[in-house]
Design a protein around this ligand. Structure first.
Ligand code: 4AD
Ligand code: MG
Length: 459
């Protein structure tokens, strides 16, 4: 007898064992119990038909409760009932772990807000099981894509001294006991700390990625990143995962083309490998998501400069909460207008004002804009941020000076421009924003197993 997963689609007549958690139990008058079991391998439950002749029928089976774990053996047979093609005619049903009646996930709908309080149990629901499987599929596909494109997977540090984005949104790391933080001139003396200088959780692996791109040629990171920004929105997390490819000899247009190939490949994989889960999202979470993603993977992405986008927004006649003028950062409402109303699909915006972008972006000839690119999608807005990097030593140094960045602190980054500098580009894809877009889930907190947001980290 083989132990099988519900997703494997065993053939009728086979003798199998199934292990999972009870979703429902119904006892019929004719001396049968129908037990729906989910084993996490797919959205569908497997129906087990337990006959009253089983030795523990009265003592155990007829009191099996929702949430209990069981092991059942039997023969797969064509089902008479509706909703499933096959069912298991059980020869044995064994209870492993009981779930008393206070198990919170009884057969009633809970709001996603409520489920966030039960991060330890919510993966047992249909929606969170499906999100977890889609996330897994996307992660695998991300590695496959970059491996096939001959990018090397590089692990960049989590603890770092540099603020890549220059936004001052870093979590500080210290080993100093709170009541013994030594002060020097009224400031914390980090020389006495474990790392000997101020250190933080990384906001991006890009700067270190550039080191490997300018040696291996092409690399990518895929790891956790942290932002201490006090944003309480449906698309911000304090801890999120980012995928950051970096490629030597790539200019901005190579970078944009890579991002488009990448996204299309991820959609192709998730639509084919997670068809059942995606159908669930389409039917229950965001009607139309399947058709929208299918269109995205077939049509070329639209491109537009930041300057054109601002003109479109100003002439749109829309009443935005935040006014938009050249030089201001786009807000979520602007990104959504452009992607949902204007182009109705993904949009790559490029050449942003220098003043709103970090020090490392390559200066354009107009000296007002930089070779930046963001990929925006409907519902979510920005999912990718990237740029061509400044490879010219003199211009980089000038920019760093303007922004008050110390050349001594970033000596290693400057060295990359001193020794064999090359044009190079890269971007960062926010993994949870990708999951949010693909699944149609409305809140990013439901797209990561254990969401961390300002003021909230249960465990
Ligand atoms: O645009 P960002 O800040 O770009 C960078 O960090 C670059 N260093 C990346 C690079 O060029 N290698 O962030 C990149 C992406 C955003 O487009 C967004 O998808 C996601 O990371 N992101 C967040 N996701 C969830 N919560 C947050 N607080 C996020 N901040 C950024
Ligand atoms: Mg950005």
């Amino acid at each position: 007898m083989s132990v099988v997963e519900a997703r494997s689609g065993e053939a009728v007549g086979q003798e199998i064992e199934i292990r999972g958690w009870v979703r429902t139990r119904r006892d019929s008058k004719g001396g049968f119990s129908f037990i729906e079991v989910n084993d996490g391998s797919c959205l569908s439950n497997l129906q087990i038909v337990a006959d009253a002749a089983l030795e523990n029928y009265q003592t155990e089976i007829t009191s099996l409760s929702v949430g209990s774990s069981i092991v059942a053996q039997g023969v797969l047979q064509a089902s008479q009932g509706q909703g499933q093609a096959t069912e298991l005619a059980a020869t044995s049903v064994r209870l492993l772990g009981d779930a008393p009646s206070d198990f919170p996930l009884q057969k009633k709908r809970h709001s996603f807000e409520k489920l966030r309080e039960w991060a330890h149990l919510r993966p047992r629901t249909n929606a969170f099981g499906a999100v977890a499987r889609v996330r897994n599929c996307l992660a695998y596909s991300i590695h496959q894509f970059f491996q096939e494109e001959r990018f090397y997977y590089v692990n960049t540090p989590i603890i770092t001294a540099s603020d890549c984005e220059g936004a001052g949104q870093m979590f500080r790391v210290t080993t100093l006991p709170l009541d013994q933080v030594p002060l020097k001139d009224g400031k914390v003396d980090f020389a006495k700390d474990f790392f000997g200088k101020a250190s933080y959780l990384t906001v991006s692996g890009q700067l270190e990625g550039e080191i490997y791109a300018t040696s291996l040629g092409r690399c990518y990171t895929f790891g956790p990143t942290f932002r201490a920004e006090n944003s309480h929105t449906s698309r911000h997390l304090s801890e999120f995962w980012m995928i950051e490819p970096e490629a030597a000899f790539f200019d901005l247009s190579d970078n944009m083309a890579l991002a488009e190939r990448f996204i299309k490949r991820l959609l192709t994989d998730v639509l084919s490998k997670c068809a059942e889960d995606m159908k669930f999202f389409d039917e229950r979470i965001q009607p139309g998501v399947l058709a929208a993603l299918t269109t995205v993977k077939e049509k070329p992405f639209q491109h537009m400069s930041y300057t054109e986008a601002v003109d479109i927004l100003k002439n749109s006649g829309e009443k935005f909460e935040y006014a938009i003028d050249w030089g201001a950062d786009l807000q979520a409402e602007h990104e959504r207008y452009l992607t949902e109303k204007h182009v109705q699909g993904p949009l790559i915006l490029h050449d942003y004002p220098k003043s709103i972008k970090p020090f490392y972006m390559r200066c354009n000839e107009d000296d007002r804009t930089v070779a930046a690119m963001d990929v925006l999608v409907p519902q979510v807005g920005e999912i990718i941020g990237g740029s061509q990097r400044e490879e010219r030593l003199d211009i980089l140094l000038e920019r760093m000076q303007q922004l008050g960045l110390s050349q001594e602190e970033y000596w290693w980054y400057v060295d990359l421009r001193k020794y064999g500098s090359v044009p190079h580009s890269g971007f960062g894809l926010g993994f949870e924003r990708l999951v949010q877009w693909v699944t149609g889930m409305t809140n990013i907190r439901d797209c990561i197993p254990f969401p961390r947001t300002p003021g909230s980290a249960e465990f």
